[in-house]
Design a protein around this ligand. Structure first.
Ligand code: DP6
Length: 353
């Protein structure tokens, strides 16, 4: 697919209205996207697990109108603080969705995870919004193929937030130019997934529910001119090849090593940016240390990863879930903000309502 193929010249009939609704999941990167060019083109390829419990459900009621406008509500309540980000999304996607220019949209979203949990909600939110837009496009052009529908949804989601393009499909999605993978949209892992990963678990420890001091978007920018940038981008590409082979062979020792290396490298980039900053909290480090000690003591291949914040994702196979849940309850829960954590698992991707 090329940029041109995503340009739609469809126009809206004068009496066109309806409602569409999609639910999109959050995702957690194993090899991290950190650093981008213009238009959300990543500096390196990345890969993520799609989650099954943390998602955003969005509906759009649309109606013909002389010009484009939207209203946004969160869980039925007007939520003007989101308007800027949503307006930016529509500005970015308008060349590819001209039919929107004659529509008035009433958008309502709700997350299944706590709103102020520190869990990145922009990936699931932008993916759900993009899928709703594609559902409107499909009403104008019912013959679009599923491939086109989902690739363009991922393409549009990316224009809202880079990692959102990995929140359309599951269970493992690659984004970024590498082999047959694309910079423009996320693609489900092409090679087969070892059965050990099919029902992999991710428990998210909500270490800090406050607003992050440096946003991901600002963090990406600090990779411009970063002294380690080129080495980091080359390392991520190498790590992607390596993890693709691990996901196929099921080598959990190698998985643990690589996933933790990626998480710590992401934060090392932040700590060596100019200005340097730190998003991990003391409880983040305590949780990491406890996960590693538990792994050493029990030989259970549990590991951690981090996103651009203080929260810790604890990853482990289904066959070890009972023991790991006990460990989380007894040793990690007390490190979480108000004792909060979320048990999640690998998921299949977005769902239409
Ligand atoms: C650390 O996708 O949130 O989670 O494209 O500026 O919206 P923008 O950034 P965003 O960055 C995510 C960064 C990350 C790593 C990852 O998900 O790959």
């Amino acid at each position: 697919m090329t940029l041109e193929q995503f340009q739609s010249r469809l126009t809206t009939p004068s009496a066109f209205e309806g409602t569409v609704c999609w639910q999109a999941p959050s995702n957690i990167a194993l090899v991290k996207y950190w650093g981008k060019h213009e238009n959300q083109i990543p500096c390196n390829p990345s890969v993520s697990f799609t989650l099954s419990e943390c998602h955003t459900k969005t509906s759009i009621a649309f109606k013909s109108s002389p010009q484009f406008s939207f209203d946004f509500s969160y869980d039925g309540q007007a939520a003007p603080s989101f308007n800027k980000k949503i307006q930016q999304f529509f500005n970015h996607i308008s060349p590819y969705c001209q039919y929107l220019s004659k529509l008035k949209l009433q958008i309502n979203s709700v997350n299944t995870f706590p709103h102020s949990s520190g869990i990145a909600s922009s990936a699931s939110a932008m993916a759900a919004l993009a899928l709703c837009v594609m559902e409107i496009e499909k009403q104008l052009e019912p013959n679009v193929s599923d491939t086109y529908f989902f690739q363009k949804a991922s393409f549009l989601a990316r224009l809202g937030s880079g990692s959102a393009c990995r929140s359309i499909k599951g269970p493992v999605v690659v984004w970024g130019s590498h082999g047959s993978y694309s910079d423009l949209f996320g693609t489900p892992l092409i090679s087969s997934l070892h059965p050990i990963f099919e029902d992999y678990h991710d428990t998210i420890l909500l270490i800090d529910r406050g607003q992050k001091t440096v946003s991901s978007t600002a963090g990406h920018q600090l990779m411009n001119g970063h002294p380690f940038a080129s080495k980091r981008f080359a390392q991520a590409t190498k790590n992607l090849d390596h993890i693709i082979s691990i996901l196929k062979t099921g080598d959990l020792k190698a998985f643990v090593e690589l996933v933790e290396l990626e998480a710590l490298t992401l934060h090392a980039m932040m700590m060596t940016s100019s200005p340097a900053y730190l998003l991990m909290k003391p409880a983040t480090l305590e949780a990491i240390t406890k996960v590693q000690a538990f792994r050493q003591k029990t030989n259970i291949p549990v590991c951690f990863t981090l996103d651009a914040g203080a929260n810790v994702h604890v990853l482990y196979p289904n066959e070890n879930a009972t023991l790991v849940h006990q460990f989380i309850q007894t040793e990690l829960a007390s490190l979480c903000d108000q004792g909060c954590y979320i048990h999640d698992k690998l998921g299949k991707g977005a769902k239409k309502y």
